[in-house]
Structures are given as C-alpha cells and as structure tokens.
Design a protein around this ligand. Sequence first.
Ligand code: ADP
Length: 395
Amino acid sequence: MKVLIVNCGSSSLKYQVIDSDSEEVLAKGLCERIGIDGRLVYQKTGEDKEITDAPMPTHKEAIRMVLDALVNPKTGCISGLGEIEAVGHRLVHGGEKFAESCLLNEEVLKTVEECNDLAPLHNPANLIGVRACQELMKDVPMVGVFDTAFHQTMPKKAYIYGLPYEYYEKYALRKYGFHGTSHSFVSKKVAEVEGRDDLKIVVCHLGNGASICAVNAGKSVDTSMGLTPLEGLIMGTRSGDIDPSVMEFLAKKEGLDIPGVMNVLNKKSGVEGISGVSSDFRDLENAMEEGNERAILAVEAFSYRVAKYVGAYAAAMNGVDVIAFTAGIGENTVSVREKVLSTLTFLGLTLDVEANKKRGEDYMTITTPDSKVKAVVVATNEELAICRETVRLVK
Ligand code: ADP
C-alpha cells in the first residue's frame, strides 16, 4: 500500500510517500512559507532535489502542489493519485481524548478541534492540512497519529501539576508530553533488538525540540515535556524548566506582556539564548572548538539537564536497563552523549568511548559488554511509525 504522510505546521508542511510493503520512501519534501510566498521542495528517492517557488496562499494550494509533483510524468513517484490508498497525518495534541491513533471522520475531527486550546499554534494547522487533503483526495481514508497519545499511560501522580486541582477538572490542565511517536518507535525497537518486553528504558529524544521519556515494559510512565513542549530539557531555543517567577521578573524588567515573555521562553532561550551563537549543535561544536566559552556553557548545561532527567527517571522506575539516544543530536552529537553518560557511571554504566564515536548505524550499543546499564543509539523514524499506524487502522 502507498501511504502519504503529512505533517502540517503553521506555515510549513512536510510530506513523504512510503510503500508500506517494503517500507521504502518513494519521495519526500516540504512546502515552506505557506501564506507568505511559497516554496516546494520535492525529492524522488535516488534523484536530485527540485525546488519550485510558487504562491501558496493556504495549505490547500501547498497540498495541491505536492500532489501534482507526486504524479508529474517526468519526475513523479506514482502514476496517478489513485495509487495513494491512505493518508497519515501527524497531529500534535489529542488531550485526554486520544490514547491511540484514530481514523479521521467528522466526529473525530470535532473532538480534535476541542483540543485546540491545548495547542493553539499546532492543532489548527494540523487540521487545516487534514481538511485540505480531504477536499483534494475524496474517499481516501485519513488517519491521525497524535504526539501525545503514547504518554496517556502515565500515572496521575506523574502528570498532575502542583496546582489547585480544580484547574485540572475545569481545563484538563496537566502534563501531556510530546514526541510520543518517536518515544514509542524507539522503545519498541530497543525491546525488539534486545529481545525483551519487560525493559526499563529511558529514551532521550534530542533534536531541536527535545524530551525524555521513561518507558517501563513498553508503557510511558513519565516524560519531560508538559502541557506544552516548553517544559523539561534546555532545547534549541526553548528554556525548558525554569522557576515560574522568572516570568513576572522578566515582564517587569523588560516591559514585556505575556506573549512577549512566552516569545522569549520559546524562541530566544535554550542553547541559542545561552550561547548567543546558534540553536544548531553543529555550529555550537565549531564554536566550542574555537574556545567560545558561552557555547561550551550551553552544551554543558544542555547535557547536565539531560543527565539529571535520566537519573530522575531511573528513580521513577526504580531502575533502568537501557538508555536510548535518538533524533538529530542524540544520533549525531558524540560529545553530548559522552557528557551525559560520564555522569551516570554511578548506575554501573561504562561508556565504550570508541563505539560512541561511530555514526550512521540504525542501532548501535555504546557501552562496554560488562556495563550494568546499556546505552544505545537508535535512529528514529516518525514518518515510518505514522505509516505503520495508518496501515494498521486502514486495514
Ligand atoms: P527537529 O526535528 O526537532 O527539528 P532534529 O532531530 O532534526 O530536530 O535535530 C536537529 C539538531 O540535530 C540540530 O541541533 C543539529 O545540529 C543536530 N544534528 C543534526 N545532524 C547532525 C550531525 N550530522 N551532526 C551533529 N549534529 C547534528
């Protein structure tokens, strides 16, 4: 079955076409600057990238351009749209209403809409993508795969905030967690490769957005992101955990209103804010080599926070068998893994320094054979996970 995977942001849209039988990617790309001017990037597997600038006033024109590119007689990856048998949509927030992926019908979409308050930037954009696909691909089944769903197994003591309980009752104000598709994919992969389904795994999804998840016997029992993706780790440009009083302090000192403070916490903080260099770890590593003290501090602070969360989640599960690193930084930034694991030797963990320097494998162990706790690097693949879910529900 050929499946189109769609991930709609407020002004962008990423897509892939996957053949679910071979699990091969047939084509992929993105639309950028939707509503501003518009640019389509399309790449058929094995061919060069094509970039086309064209107006995309809304997501509908963007999706139409994607579909046209897919069936282009010269460079397309399919001969007609009829070949697409299902569409899988990444949906950010399913609130407490979705603990699993779901076939999207009118009733389900209304329920997703009810979660918009919880993710006012992401959910409406996701839904616009679904509606646009429905219009252009009538009768093709659509599936929604939620970033929050995997974490719905967290116990209440993990997701309740230390706030008046009535806010939870009135507004469902609580920790939800994100990156669930990735945490689920990676923890399943670890269980499969290690041949055990009772493992206590701490998954470190370290990308531009970063979160950690405690997975006990296949179930998420705690995670570092919260009501929104702002909580937890220091990220590319997000602050992660801070004293909430910082907000009042900054508002007074800098003359900011609430959106102004939120802008600082979401877009101007994190390793970019600390270093003043960049949110990208490749730039930070270059700056570190040149001796840039703030870049060094940013990476130290980032890694220290990761290590503290791993320690906390080992406590949450009363033990840890495997620590898994994934996403852009987790899969590629050797120095971060080394810094994190060097503070976890108290767990009986011994890093294999040479193995940790390797790259490019889908699954590799980076601790020594006698290490009591295993650390592994696992390539995440959220699109493939969405594809598998889509096929499962459509079939
Ligand atoms: P997101 O999906 O949240 O945008 P990614 O998972 O793509 O994030 O991760 C982006 C981060 O990963 C950036 O900080 C980038 O520097 C880092 N990264 C990606 N590839 C490499 C690489 N080859 N070497 C070092 N860091 C990398």
